[in-house]
Design a protein around this ligand. Sequence first.
Ligand code: NAD
Length: 356
Amino acid sequence: MRTILVTGGAGFIGSAVCRHIIDQTKDRVINLDKLTYAGNLTSLAQISGSDRYIFEQADICDKEALDRIFAQYQPDAVMHLAAESHVDRSIDGPGDFIQTNLVGTYTLLEATRAYWKQLPAAAASSFRFHHISTDEVFGDLHGTDDLFTETTPYAPSSPYSASKAGSDHLVRAWQRTYGLPTLVTNCSNNYGPFHFPEKLIPVMILNALAGRPLPVYGKGNQIRDWLYVEDHARALYQVVTAGLVGETYNIGGHNERQNIEVVQLICQLLEELAPQRKVAGLKQYKDLITYVSDRPGHDLRYAIDAGKIERELGWRPAETFETGLRKTVQWYLNNESWWTAVLNGSYRLERLGNTN
Ligand code: NAD
């Protein structure tokens, strides 16, 4: 049984990683999360009773807390997902992004290095530090066929992607300079259950159900490559357990869609799955689509070449965009209590009773 320290395990992707490890493997998870607005312990309700799951409320910028957690749990691997992750928030206030994504990653690397250095030789050589990053570090693509590969030069556009790019460089430097056994993954846009309703897909589903406008940036022609979050969690576990030290793996779903197509598909699925949930007077969900002024510096197209992880680690996404989006819309229809608690803020009270 491995012990895996997951940072940011109460977030959207981190909670999928924790659920995957507890449900699909015999490993133990230490979930280290500060519980910012994006951290939600109710996303972990299905595994919180497992004796292989432990939650620690801590900030990755707090070196003392990190040292204590490493000493107490003796992890075999770190999967680092804790981050500020919302591009619009990074434009409104970049400070938290610099603090958590850069200073936090640096602090975590130093705590990891101090712990790793004193491990016996065999444990030190099998130890892994896996940094989870985004395809946004590459900037955007303007051609229709080109793809981001593991060697695409970095050209981040937003404070979010610049802070993630900086954190990727720190991780690679800690491998090159100190020999820390690190791996990096860069993934495309995720979607699926437990997604915080500030990101495109959950915003559109919940606004449509509430009869509120569906705000589409610019002309809605931005292209994203969508990956179902459970496919991402499976890929991450594959990388941390079987990936080669020092390597980078791109992860993507081969699902390029314009934002406007995504919104139209959500409207179609809601027509099919919840025709009776429309607010009074609304004829079709798609009548709610409205165009709003574009985000500054908005990247046009992201698309991932995931050939390396497919060839070398045998990973492939199980969901197409159509099957994954259908599951996602159905999940939001079936899990109103989860998103109602997020929308009214009561999910934040969960932390009071649930931390140790
Ligand atoms: P999220 O915003 O849903 O969750 C982030 C989690 O990190 C939250 O639980 C939050 O409480 C925690 N956190 C924030 N600051 C912290 C700190 N200082 N110390 C400890 N915990 C802290 O993010 P997500 O969408 O799950 O993304 C997870 C990771 O994956 C991020 O590093 C992100 O850059 C990367 N990523 C996300 C996507 C995507 O589409 N969402 C795609 C590719 C990569």
